[in-house]
Design a binder for this molecule. Structure first.
Ligand code: IPE
Ligand code: IPE
Ligand code: MG
Ligand code: MG
Ligand code: MG
Length: 291
């Protein structure tokens, strides 16, 4: 086990302890379904990015970093539940288990997404002395996940099939996946209380490239990896006739693009004296992972 692998494990555990606080076990179907989609073996890449960024900037960790990490994972889990719905990608498996709408029905799955989304903002808004940081986090996350970010990307993804250009594809990927990944890094900056504009800019550039690399590699995995390994249906994009980096460039073209974006992410960190190397490890991981 490498240092990076044990870091991933340690931070996943830290996140899950935090998430359990907000998602207590309960027999009510809504709460059961929320628990089901949140504790099912996600990679936790976004909250880990928040932790890694905060820890790269400051030695002192705060409760706010845990809250921020948790909020971003709640938004991500909601996005997956809705992404899998019959009206969207219509997929039956997520993180190795039946998707929320298969296990609990479509209406409950829609409501689970609604509830996780509002819960994310609720926990960010909860009482604390540091109202200013909390407001910044709320502003950042609402921008990244809503109609200027992820939701717009998802809309483009579901509505556009013809006359789709390569530039549209990049724009769509940046929105549907890149925005939340960028917010995860910004969350680390905000929650750590870090202020230097220069350094924040470089970290944002890192996150932009990483977000693109991550979704391009997701397109690639969809074509190259079996359902069992992926934990979600293989060839889902093909089934839905999606515009992806693979449909535009083929497997090796897409892989090349993912590599270049990951390299640019790492290059953006040059000259920063960070307190750990995990952001570099995460960029490499984004294009070498098996699922
Ligand atoms: C899947 O995200 C959806 C995309 C934006 C590509 P992840 O690959 O991070 O999924 P989990 O959280 O590990 O299941
Ligand atoms: C999903 O992209 C992006 C989201 C905002 C959830 P995909 O549809 O490619 O994600 P997977 O492959 O189902 O995880
Ligand atoms: Mg989708
Ligand atoms: Mg999907
Ligand atoms: Mg995909």
């Amino acid at each position: 086990v490498t240092t990076f692998q044990s870091y991933l494990q340690k931070k996943s555990q830290q996140l899950e302890i935090e998430m359990e606080k907000y998602l207590p076990k309960n027999t009510c179907p809504l709460y059961q379904a929320m628990h089901y989609v949140c504790f099912n073996g996600g990679k936790r890449l976004r909250p880990i990015l928040t932790y890694a960024t905060a820890e790269a900037l400051s030695k002192n960790s705060s409760n706010l970093v845990d809250t921020a990490a948790c909020a971003i994972e709640l938004i991500h889990c909601y996005s997956l539940v809705h992404d899998d719905l019959p009206a969207m990608d219509n997929d039956d498996i997520r993180r190795g288990k039946p998707t929320c709408h298969i296990a609990f029905g479509e209406a409950e799955a829609i409501l689970v997404g609604d509830a996780l989304q509002t819960l994310a903002f609720e926990i960010l808004s909860q009482d604390s002395s540091d109202a200013d940081k909390r407001l910044q986090l709320i502003h950042c996350l609402s921008n990244a996940s809503g109609n200027k970010g992820m939701v717009l990307g998802q809309s483009i993804d579901t509505s556009s099939h013809e006359n789709f250009l390569f530039d549209d594809l990049k724009y769509m990927h940046r929105l549907k996946t890149g925005c939340l990944i960028k917010a995860a890094v910004k969350f680390g900056v905000i929650a750590s209380g870090f202020h230097e504009a220069d350094i924040s800019k470089k970290l944002e550039s890192y996150a932009e490239h990483l977000g693109l690399a991550f979704q391009i590699y997701d397109d690639l995995l969809d074509e190259t990896t079996d359902t069992k390994t992926l934990g979600k249906p293989s060839l889902s994009d093909r089934k839905n006739n999606k515009n992806t980096y693979v449909s535009f460039l083929g497997l090796s073209g897409a892989e090349q693009f993912a590599k270049e974006e990951a390299q640019q992410a790492i290059a953006a960190l040059e000259g920063l004296s960070l307190k750990n190397n995990y952001l570099i490890d995460i960029a490499n991981y984004s294009i070498t992972r098996t699922f």
